[in-house]
Every structure is written in structure tokens, then in C-alpha cells.
Write a protein that binds this ligand. Structure first.
Ligand code: UTP
Length: 492
């Protein structure tokens, strides 16, 4: 990598000698600046003599926040190492099935009572990870602010908030809600909650905290800039939750409030059953440290994380890490052997998280190739048409390697998992709205109301049920007027 001319201290170049260099202007930061040079990233100071003093200050403090050795290692891994297939003895994990017979239904009922007991005692907090950049959705603002509900177009955040209010009412409690954001979307997220008066929740119960950030590099490993004084940074993945929970004092705050377990979910799953008492109960009954909900894969090559045991230890692996043979392997009943798709809904024990944090390990980072706007060397903003950048992200499920006890519970995809990822096509607002409408349609049908569907099984028409009216099928059955005639548009 070539040094920018303005930084070369050449005795023959008087003009250059008169120029200010970052280390001369910020001697206290000399070692950080040297780290950037040593790592071959001197180009971040290319425009040093063009930027204002306050921009210089910002660039220097950004430089000081970057672990250049780590970035160098991550770049080398991303550029030089080829992905290795999973090694070891890979087996399917034990999964609590969707209850079919009376025994299984009875066990689920017992779990529900235990979960409800814990919720009533105020032992469970909600943790929503909302720090992602949402690049694929591509809206101007945090994903949680996206208007999603089928008729009223409530935002995703409002939908979650209303579910939390309904749970609070049901169990006569106040549930602390922790929301992880990033430096990129934190202020806008908080502003959104304030301008909507926290959707009727007590502002004291909603706690925002920010995760760490890592620089974004181009496909050769050079840090990208999006202005002459700003290095492009992106959040360090949902695995950044663990470090942030520890470093920002959130685990201590939870303990002070008497919280023992966290219900963890991703902001973009609009069907999320927040604090599902059955899941909470199974987690508690088994003294689990971290538990997972899974759904059946749609097809062998679906691009989802798969929950497996490797040498007896629970792991989530990429679908592509399975050999073709394992990908298509079937059990005697004809179903796929490795069929457990991770939907990123977890229960986590606070004691366990504290122990993981105290280990102080750097989590494994995964390279994600993305399309990221940047400033080229002529100072022009480039909006790339294809992927041009590498982001480094850690994944929450990588802490499974520390888990001794875990519960894996199967749920129905159509009841509990519909993420908003893309603006169009699969996992988009349109599919999520249809999934919500279909879910409400099933609830109504169970209550004895006739709801027409098309040949695909999709409800013909629109339905929206506010969580304050009914949080689930049972509540709806008890409340809805069975004489109701569906005329194609129903907002309860
Ligand atoms: P995704 O990996 O789908 O990322 O995150 P994303 O940011 O929503 O979208 P893309 O990939 O940029 O298009 C899954 C969940 O994890 C959260 C997201 O907010 C989402 O709820 N997440 C992701 C974080 O909280 N922090 C991160 O660094 C990454």
C-alpha cells in the first residue's frame, strides 16, 4: 500500500516538510497512528491537510478506537483462508417436538405454568437486538421503525412494544426491555421511541445500549472511508451483544432488577412470541444456560443456520458447512436428519452470560461480503453496483461452545418466524404482512369464523389483530364474537 504524499517526510520536499502530519499534531496519539501505518492503512490520512481541526480530532479518535492488529488478522483470514467443511462426528441434537400426543401436551402445559411463574416473579427481561445496518432492506432509518402491520401500518418497534404491554397486563408485571442499537442507528432509534412516547410503556423500563463497531474494508483489505475524515464502521454483529452487555453494565443492571433470564430475539421477526411462557418454562425446567427455538428447514439447501451436535457439543453451522451427503440425509420416517433451522430466539441465563463475558475472549468473527458506498482516492463518492466490501461480524450462537445445558424447542415457522430482510421477494415486508394475516386468519378459523383462502393457502383479504385485543389464539377465542362475518378487511 502506498503512503499518501502528504505523509512522506522527505527532506527534499520542502512543501511536504511544512505540512502538518497527524503524529505531529496529535503526539499523544502517536502509537495509534503508527498502528494504522504498520497495518498498511496510512491512506486513511490521505486528506489530512484538507480537513478541518474538528474533523481531524474525530478521525484521530476513530483511529484510536480501532484494533489494527485484529483487523489485519481478520483481513488475512478473510482473504487467504478457504472455508473448511465441518470436522468431527456430526449428529442431530435432541429437540423438544411440537406436542402431538397427550403426554407431550401435558409436558408443554407444565412448562407453561413454570414459565408463567417466572414471568410473574419478574425474573425475565426482554432483549431485542436492533443494531444491524439493515443494508438489504435499504430504508432510511433503523429497521424497527419500518411500518409493517397489515392494515394500520404500525412500526415493528410498536408491534413489539404492544406485545410487551399485553404480557405485562396478563401477568401484572413490568418487564424490563433492553434494546441493543449501534452507533449508526442508536440516536434515531431512541428519538423514534421518544417521539412515540415509548408506545405507552414506562420510559424507565426501556433501556438502550450500543454495541461495538468495526471498520469495513474493501476486497483488498483497505479500510474504506465515506468522507475525507470518516472511516466506514459497521456494528460488530449480534455476537457483540455479549461484550456490550458486560461492558455497558447491563448484566449488573439486570441483576439489580432481580432478572435471572433473558428472552433474546431479533428486531426483524414480526411473528415473534415475546417471552413465550412455554419456552421460558422448558429453559427453567432443564436448568439450561442457553436455549434455542428452531423450525424445520423448508428444503435441504435452505440458506439457514443448522443446529447440530459436533463431537457431542451443540453448534450452529452454515447450511453450506454440511457435506452434501449430510445435507440430504434422511431419517427412517423420511424427514431430513439435519433439519433444525435456527431462528435466533433464545433464552439465556444471566449467570452464564456473566461467566462468558468474564472469560474476556475475542469472539470469532465472520466475514460478510456487502455493497458499501465509499470515497475513492479522488475524493468522489462511489455507490457500487456489486459487492465491494467486507464487514466483520460475530454471531451470538458462537457462545454455544460454552454451554453445558441447553434446550432446543421446535416451533412452527408459520406461527413464529417471519423476518423482514429484503425490500422485495422472500423475507420482505410483503411476505411478513401476508404471514401475519395468515396467522390471524388461522386464529379466527380456530374460533369458528370462516376465513377464505386462495390456492396457496393465503387469506383473501386483510386482517390485523392488536396484541392488546388478543396476544394469542386462546385469548382471541375467548374474546371474539363468533357471529362475526369476515368481509375481507378486519382490524381488531
Ligand atoms: P442481520 O444479520 O439480518 O442483519 O441481523 P441486518 O442488519 O438486519 O440486515 P443486513 O444484513 O445489513 O441486510 C439479524 C438481527 O441481528 C441484529 C439486527 O438488527 C437484526 O435484528 N444485529 C445484526 C445486531 O443487532 N447487530 C449487528 O451487528 C448485526
Amino acid at each position: 500500500m502506498n503512503l499518501p504524499n502528504s505523509l512522506i517526510d522527505s527532506p527534499v520536499n520542502n512543501k511536504t516538510l511544512q505540512r502538518k502530519t497527524p503524529e505531529k499534531e496529535y503526539p499523544a496519539y502517536k502509537s495509534y497512528i503508527k498502528n494504522a501505518f504498520d497495518a498498511g492503512q496510512a491512506h486513511i490520512f490521505r486528506w489530512w491537510n484538507e480537513i478541518t481541526p474538528s474533523e481531524k480530532k474525530k478521525l484521530i479518535s476513530q483511529t484510536a478506537s480501532i484494533d489494527f492488529c485484529l483487523i489485519k488478522d481478520l483481513v488475512n483470514d478473510a482473504l487467504l483462508k478457504t472455508p473448511q467443511p465441518v470436522r468431527g462426528n456430526i449428529t442431530p441434537p435432541h429437540i423438544i417436538p411440537i406436542p402431538k400426543n397427550d403426554f407431550e401436551k401435558g409436558t408443554a402445559q407444565r412448562a407453561k405454568q413454570i414459565g408463567e411463574g417466572s414471568l410473574r416473579k419478574g425474573e425475565v427481561a426482554i432483549l431485542t437486538v436492533a443494531g444491524g445496518d439493515g443494508t438489504r432492506l435499504g430504508i432510511n432509518g433503523p429497521k424497527g421503525t419500518f411500518p409493517i402491520t397489515p392494515i394500520v401500518r404500525k412500526s415493528i418497534f410498536q408491534l413489539h412494544a404492544e406485545k410487551i404491554r399485553a404480557i405485562q397486563q396478563r401477568y401484572s408485571i413490568c418487564i424490563p426491555w433492553y434494546i441493543m442499537t449501534s452507533e449508526n442507528n442508536g440516536p434515531t432509534t431512541q428519538g423514534f421511541f421518544q417521539s412515540h412516547r415509548f408506545f405507552g410503556l414506562d420510559p424507565q423500563q426501556v433501556c438502550f445500549f450500543t454495541q461495538g463497531m468495526l471498520p469495513v474494508v474493501d476486497l483488498q483489505g483497505n479500510l474504506l472511508m465515506d468522507s475525507k475524515s470518516n472511516i466506514v464502521m459497521s456494528p460488530n454483529g449480534h455476537g457483540g451483544t455479549i461484550i456490550a452487555l458486560g461492558e455497558k453494565g447491563i448484566l449488573d443492571d439486570m441483576e439489580r432488577r432481580g432478572i435471572k433470564h433473558i428472552f433474546y430475539h431479533q428486531v426483524d421477526n414480526v411473528l415473534i412470541k415475546i417471552a413465550d411462557p412455554i419456552f421460558v418454562g422448558y429453559h427453567l425446567m432443564n436448568h439450561a444456560e442457553m436455549s434455542l427455538k428452531i423450525v424445520k428447514k423448508c428444503h435441504p439447501e435452505e440458506k439457514v443456520g443448522i443446529v447440530v451436535n459436533i463431537n457431542g457439543h451443540l453448534q450452529v453451522i452454515e447450511y453450506s458447512e454440511l457435506s452434501r451427503e449430510d445435507m440430504y440425509a434422511k431419517k427412517e420416517d423420511g424427514t431430513l436428519t439435519f433439519n433444525a433451522a435456527n431462528i435466533a430466539v433464545h433464552m439465556m441465563n444471566i449467570e452464564f452470560l456473566k461467566k462468558v463475558h468474564q472469560r474476556g475472549e475475542t469472539p470469532p468473527y465472520h466475514a460478510a461480503i456487502k455493497r458499501v458506498p465509499y470515497l475513492n482516492e479522488n475524493g468522489m463518492t462511489i455507490i457500487p453496483e456489486k459487492n465491494n466490501a467486507i464487514k466483520f461480524e460475530s454471531f451470538i450462537f458462537d457462545i454455544l461452545k460454552h454451554v453445558q445445558k441447553s434446550v432446543i424447542m421446535e416451533v412452527l415457522r408459520e406461527d413464529e418466524f417471519s423476518p423482514v430482510k429484503n425490500m422485495e421477494g422472500e423475507n420482505s415486508p410483503a411476505t411478513s404482512r401476508q404471514d401475519m394475516v395468515n396467522l390471524f386468519g388461522r386464529w379466527l378459523r380456530e374460533a369458528g369464523i370462516s376465513i377464505p383462502t386462495d390456492s396457496q393457502g393465503n387469506v383473501i383479504g386483510l386482517i390485523e389483530i392488536c396484541p392488546s385485543f388478543a396476544l394469542d389464539e386462546d385469548e382471541l377465542r375467548n374474546k371474539v364474537d363468533r357471529r362475526l362475518q369476515f368481509n375481507g378487511n378486519l382490524n381488531l
